[in-house]
Write a protein that binds this ligand. Structure first.
Ligand code: AMP
Length: 368
């Protein structure tokens, strides 16, 4: 296991296997390009090691040059190709071979194709050390492939995570820890707390209710409690920074959790972004948002009823209850869209017996 910046990586492809893959590519290049005086174009920065190894194995006349394109930042491939160090060489009429460390979405190849065509190079071939078939979205043919890999984030052998890891002589993958992380979603009074109690037992997850943590702090008169109380009593959201720091601390307090049920968090897009970052740094992600859908008037009725015994001031006053529901629609409901875009939103009818609703949730969660 190694650590680069904030992330942990575990060994994935051994040096020997990489060597064998390069031997195979080099043998094909020797066969196909003898007497062609090919121009190898390495794509910086990642391809430098692969280029060097291919050239050491190429037994005929050849030339080498480099272009520099950057297509990603962090561990997510983005659609923007960020910079370019141009190609000085004459390429028209040459036998050109692009050498890539990895072909992921294919965005970089598409840009390279454009550049080469503009410079009058009509045909070229492509050799890549690693290839992610699940991520590839283009039609450009890849002529020589070293090793096919699943759609995971890797570092080493020229590939980096935010600058680090290029010097590693074998390839590592981002450590993922198969946690089940559920965002339990829905307006106040939808039954999130009740269902979370059942689900945490069944799936052995840690339940974090931000509302409960705030109430605990209020009861114990901590600084955080004092700060949060003024917002909670009015049915408003506690500021993001306060809530996010608290949530991060709760997660960090449970380093051995098999997963979490987040109840009442995230409630804003900033909170959702911060949760994604936090979980990514632990090699995991939100598995799903499961939402309890309940009509407003049913919510008000339920909360007033709960207020008779819950001892919560924010349940006792109908105006505060209505404000909480309004805040939910104004500030929180947009998160449905946020998770829908990632195909992670699952809505469930939140009206019925507790057991019936649990069954509906189970049928979704069992898929993860
Ligand atoms: P709950 O128990 O989830 O209904 O939360 C009770 C109150 O705690 C809310 O009305 C907010 O004032 C505050 N709260 C709980 N979670 C959050 C959050 N994620 N962001 C901001 N405020 C929160």
């Amino acid at each position: 296991m190694i650590k680069l910046h904030d992330l942990q990586f575990s060994p994935f492809i051994a040096e020997e296997e990489i060597g064998t893959a390069i031997d195979k590519i080099a043998a094909l290049l020797n066969r196909d390009l003898a007497d062609k005086n090919p121009l190898f174009i390495g794509v910086l920065n990642g391809a430098f090691m692969f280029v060097s190894e291919v050239l050491k194995r190429f037994n005929h006349d050849c030339e080498v040059s480099f272009v520099k394109l950057a297509s990603y930042e962090g561990t997510e491939t983005t659609n923007e190709i960020k910079e370019l160090v141009g190609l000085g060489e004459e390429v028209s009429g040459r036998t050109v071979v692009i050498l890539e460390d990895i072909v992921d979405t294919g965005n970089t190849l598409e840009v390279l194709e454009e550049i080469l065509e503009r410079k009058g190079c009509k045909t070229f071939s492509i050799a890549t050390l690693f290839y992610k078939p699940e991520a590839y979205t283009k039609n450009i043919n890849i002529d020589y492939i070293g090793i096919e890999i699943p759609n995971r984030f890797i570092v080493g052998y020229g590939l980096d995570y935010n600058g680090l890891g290029r010097n590693l002589t074998e390839v590592y993958e981002l450590k993922s820890n198969n946690m089940t992380n559920l965002v339990l979603f829905g307006p106040p009074g939808a039954g999130k707390g009740t269902q979370a109690e059942v689900l945490k037992q069944k799936y052995d997850l840690v339940h974090i209710s931000t509302g409960d943590v705030f109430r605990y702090n209020i009861k114990n008169e901590t600084e955080l409690g004092t700060l949060a109380k003024s917002y909670i009593d009015k049915g408003q959201l506690v500021p993001d920074e306060v809530t996010i720091n608290m949530l991060n601390a709760e997660v960090d307090n449970n380093p051995n959790a098999k997963g979490f049920i987040f109840d009442g968090f995230p409630r804003t897009e900033a909170q959702a972004d911060s949760l994604a970052k936090l979980l990514e740094s632990k090699g995991t992600a939100v598995s799903a948002m499961v939402a309890l859908e309940v009509d407003d008037e049913v919510l008000v009725e339920r909360l007033l009823e709960r207020g008779k015994t819950s001892g919560r001031p924010d349940d006792a006053d109908e105006a505060v209850i209505r404000n909480r529901i309004k805040v939910y629609y104004d500030e929180t409901a947009i998160l449905k869209n946020y998770y829908q875009k990632q195909d992670k939103y699952f809505g469930v009818d939140g009206v019925g017996a507790v057991k019936e609703i649990t069954d509906r949730l189970n049928s979704i969660i069992d898929k993860f």
